[in-house]
Design a protein around this ligand. Structure first.
Ligand code: FAD
Length: 424
């Protein structure tokens, strides 16, 4: 376990207890299940009896799904520090499960911020009360034809140039909406979900920024979800495609259909998810670092434990440097973002800082995992050690939730346009 340099956390009994509880849960519950899922045939990961459901049920019993929702709606929002600690520890166990509980929190957080009283009573409150894992959320953003373009559209001065073909679309009908189209097969947890938060194109359907936010039950007629896809890493969180074929939802399930606000909404959500993902990859990097520390103390070459060679020590130092800078930058950004969104509710957060935290933490985690694997020599690429799984998970991080390159491009565009940086 790392030494906490922030005394406001180190001396806060509740946060220290939370960290210890989460760490135990990550070590005893998440890691064993994640390793089992990692080795399972991918099509079985969402079938009855899969360890995925058992872990999710335990997370719900512990109330982890309430972390981003204020108490007035049945949640237990307890501030940015708890948020960072939560995602770092759960991802230390496995980033797949951290993603699964993270995407479960997105629909509920959005409902608590901008949902109608009717939606809050009908869906959000029972979701918060659920401890049997009847409510499982996912967040379906990307279309099959649109990955990075979705992110780039947030700040492009002329997003219309990207066109709107291939979007999943919502049309008003009576007092509700009809949804048609497909969402990319990369939606995390989709094959296990019972509810989907998605962003269909809304009238006037003319710009990729004309998107709303709709909550859709998976058992609504016309919803189809593919089996999990086979992939390199994060195999403990199944991904799948979602198809909407004339899916009818009541009016209050369209959480917002205000095209003028759509960009702000996307920026707000991506700022929050960026802080969560950044913390997750601090956890991934730390997991890799700790495996390297353990192994280099045990393995003897050149007449001594490899940790006693100077080259190893310097490599370990560089890994430590990346983890620490990543953690404390992420925490400052998270405090800013969560204060703006959940406390002031003004949504004036600096999205470029949030994207930077995410891109930096993910790139650092991959570098740390690569160094850790190297320190294991050939043993590192066998299934005998968890480091090869951590390495594969870290590699996927360079792509999920936006590639590190595109997050950087979007951050600089936003930074320049929104005047978050001035010259005097
Ligand atoms: C494990 C995992 C989990 C995921 N979970 C979810 C989820 O829950 N919900 C969801 O909606 N999506 C999810 N995704 C999708 C993810 O957000 C996209 O994969 C990501 O945004 C990249 O999009 P893409 O894969 O379509 O790549 P593309 O956009 O096709 O990019 C391909 C390459 O081109 C580069 N590129 C693209 N545009 C530009 C540009 N303008 N300038 C320079 N280079 C560019 C990219 O950096 C990349 O190297 C997940 C992905 C993964 C891997």
């Amino acid at each position: 376990m790392y030494y906490e340099i922030d005394s406001s956390i180190r001396e806060n009994e509740a946060l220290v207890m939370l960290r210890n509880e989460l760490h135990r849960f990550a070590r005893e519950v998440i890691r064993p299940a994640a390793r089992q899922l990692d080795q399972m045939p991918y099509r079985e990961t969402n079938q009855e009896g899969s360890p995925y459901f058992e872990v999710m049920r335990k997370m719900k019993q512990n109330g982890y799904h309430r972390l981003l929702v204020p108490e007035e709606f049945g949640g237990s929002y307890s501030g940015p520090e708890a948020f960072n600690i939560f995602f770092e520890e759960i991802a230390w166990g496995s980033v797949g499960f951290a993603t699964a509980i993270g995407v479960d929190m997105i629909p509920t957080a959005i409902m608590s911020l901008i949902g109608s009283p009717e939606l809050i009573d009908e869906v959000l409150r029972p979701w918060m009360e659920d401890e049997e894992d009847k409510y499982r959320g996912c967040w379906s953003v990307m279309d099959p034809e649109r990955g990075s373009d979705y992110i780039m559209a947030m700040s492009m001065p002329d997003p219309e140039k990207l066109g709107t073909k291939g979007f999943c679309r919502a049309e008003p009908e009576g007092d509700g909406w009809i949804i048609n189209g497909a969402k990319s097969y990369w939606t995390s947890s989709a094959p296990c979900a019972t509810w989907i938060l998605t962003h269909p194109l809304i009238p006037p359907h003319e710009s990729p920024t004309h998107v709303g936010a709709a909550i859709i039950p998976v058992d609504a007629p016309g919803v189809t979800i593919s089996p999990p896809i086979d992939k390199l890493g994060t195999r403990d969180d199944p991904q799948g495609e979602i198809v909407f074929d004339n899916v009818r939802i009541p009016g209050h399930y369209m959480i917002t259909a205000n095209a003028a606000l759509a960009r702000d909404l996307m920026k707000m959500v991506i700022s929050c998810t960026s802080c969560a993902v950044a913390s997750m990859f601090v956890g991934v990097a730390r997991a890799a670092f700790e495996e390297a520390l353990r192994y280099t103390r045990e393995r003897v070459q050149g007449g001594k434990a490899i940790i006693d060679h100077q080259l190893t020590r310097y490599r370990l130092y560089k890994m430590f440097e990346k983890i620490e800078t990543s953690r404390y930058y992420t925490r400052v950004v998270t405090r800013h973002v969560l204060e703006e969104i959940f406390e002031k509710r003004e949504f004036l957060q600096s999205t470029p800082h949030a994207l930077t935290a995410q891109a930096y933490a993910k790139a650092s985690a991959y570098e740390v995992a690569t160094d850790a694997l190297q320190l294991f020599g050939a043993a590192g690429i066998t299934k005998d050690y968890i480091i090869e799984k951590i390495f594969r998970d870290a590699r996927c991080g360079l792509i999920e939730d936006g590639t590190v390159e595109v997050l950087g491009l979007e951050a600089i565009e936003d930074l320049l346009q929104e005047e978050f940086y001035t010259l005097d």
